[in-house]
Design a protein around this ligand. Structure first.
Ligand code: BG6
Length: 491
């Protein structure tokens, strides 16, 4: 990832008083300020329809930064300085006249312009067209857009075409915030900087891979959005498939954005379709019912605020993905993700095959094979489960399982791990696209997800109930035990 030299830039934030901007983006920008990474002259233009002036918008944003940044990371002088960077303009994004004010603001700066669309994707195209028609952008402008890019392949193409009408692909930064997570980036270092793993990373040595992204929260007041999406579109199409690509891709020839993204696309193209005959064995959808989460009773999905009774939207998906290529032939990737599971936990487990010839006590043959556990959150780190000789004269050659453990915060004494959005905003400022999703990645991911969802109405794919606070429907356990395996926590 040849780092481009940092250019001075200004940031225009559409949807600046919305939930994403207030909860994630402004706190992340504040952290960049605190780390001394914002250039001296960088300005931020907050844009929304709320009728407040700059002072009012600053007050509102400051309050949110204070809410979402930990107390010991808040510094009043830094925060005051950060707030001074912010101007606010209230306008309706469909009103082309309003864009003239943006131009006036822009012309006062001299650097590159970053346009962040923290808005519904349905208006990306309109904003892009208006920016162009009012002369608010040029070939140096960088545009950041959030998922979901559409709700299927066709609708994603419409959005991508609208953006492509105005901007070149090298100006577009499509966010998948999982790519900004420190441990997710570490997958690249782990795989391609350690020959130890590089030589083992294939079907000769790996039996199967598990990817779990579990959340303890439910829908968090987003029923309207979530019910149209479901867990497949909300999590699998983007975050989980990105993780799968990083685990499964071939080594890129260098760390440039396109080399990495070319390899990820090859994985997406090689994913085996889950056809109707595989629905029963390869896919489980679930929907949570009332239960207990973190010790408190919680309602079921259909009893949440604003819920439409009778919805069949899934809040849980478990699936068995297969990659049809030389490296991964015969190695299943078991993937599961859901809301209202017992804890917030994202982890990847690489299960290695047993040694080809076993010479130890037959009673111990059941002991687990080597496993590499990569914890994405919480407690970011890695653990390699190995077998060693048990200590003691009386133990002979008894084996014992134990971890080689690397917890990042302890090992590297790092006081805090930056939030994904800090990393992503910082990379946009530097103009590095390697942590952003290219158009063809989005579209190949949709192609695969669309074909799975085209069988949603099959009886086998109908959502099964699971109580909030459990690990999903029983069928998701059967999905893996059918292959004589178990999910890591259940092992
Ligand atoms: C978002 C989804 O992209 O990711 C949410 O829309 C989900 O439904 C969130 O809760 C999970 O992100 P994280 O970083 O908390 O694991």
């Amino acid at each position: 990832m040849a780092e481009q030299s940092m250019t001075r830039c200004d940031l225009m934030m559409f949807g600046a008083l919305g939930d994403l901007a207030q909860r994630k983006l402004f706190p992340a920008l504040y952290q960049l300020e605190r780390a001394g990474l914002l250039e001296k002259d960088t300005r931020i233009l907050a844009l929304a329809r709320d009728k407040v002036d700059t002072a009012g918008a600053r007050r509102q944003l400051e309050e949110k930064v204070r809410t979402y940044v930990k107390d010991d990371e808040l510094d009043s002088d830094t925060l005051a300085h950060f707030m001074e960077r912010i101007d606010y303009i209230c306008f309706d994004f469909s009103d082309t006249d309003g864009y003239q004010q943006l131009n006036d603001w822009r012309e006062k700066g001299g650097g590159a312009l970053i346009v962040y669309m923290a808005t519904p994707p349905s208006i990306y195209g309109m904003i892009a067209r208006n920016l162009r028609s009012e002369g608010c952008c040029d070939e140096r402008t960088r545009v950041v857009v959030e998922k979901p890019i559409g709700h299927d392949l066709d609708s994603s193409r419409v959005i991508n075409d609208q953006l492509a009408d105005v901007f070149n692909e090298n100006q577009l930064f499509r966010i998948d915030h999982y790519l900004g997570k420190e441990t997710v980036q570490n997958l690249i270092a782990l795989r391609f900087a350690n020959n130890l793993f590089a030589t083992q990373w294939n079907q000769n040595h790996i039996s199967h891979v598990e990817i779990t992204v579990a959340e303890s929260v439910g829908i968090e007041g987003r029923w309207g959005y979530f019910d149209k999406a479901g867990q497949m579109r909300d999590m699998i199409q983007n975050h989980l498939l990105q993780l799968l690509c990083l685990i499964a891709m071939d080594p890129p020839s260098d760390l440039s954005a396109d080399s990495i993204r070319d390899e990820k696309v090859k994985v997406l193209k090689a994913l085996r379709p889950i056809t109707p005959d595989l629905m029963e064995t390869h896919l489980v959808r679930g929907q949570y019912t009332a239960g207990t989460s973190m010790g408190k009773p919680v309602p079921g999905y259909l009893e949440e605020d604003d819920a439409a009774k009778g919805s069949t939207t899934e809040t849980f998906v478990a699936l068995k993905a297969e990659i049809h290529n030389w490296r991964w032939a015969g190695v299943p990737f078991y993937i599961r993700t859901g809301k209202r599971l017992p804890e917030k936990l994202s982890q990847i487990i690489i299960h290695f095959k047993p040694a080809p010839h076993y010479i130890f006590d037959p009673d111990q043959k059941h002991l687990a094979n080597n496993k590499l556990i990569i914890r994405l959150q919480p407690d970011e780190g890695m653990s390699l489960q190995i077998l060693t000789k048990d200590q003691g004269l009386d133990k002979g050659m008894r084996l014992r399982q134990g971890p080689l453990e690397l917890t990042f915060s302890e090992a590297f004494n790092s006081p805090r791990i930056p939030d994904a959005y800090e990393r992503l905003l910082w990379e946009v400022m530097k103009g590095n696209q390697y942590l952003f999703v290219r158009r063809d990645e989005v579209e190949y991911a949709w192609r695969w997800v669309d074909q799975v969802m085209s069988h949603w109405d099959d009886q086998a794919a109908y959502p099964k109930r699971y109580a909030a606070g459990t690990w999903g429907p029983v069928a998701s356990i059967a999905l893996i035990t059918r292959d004589n395996r178990s999910w890591y926590e259940d092992a």
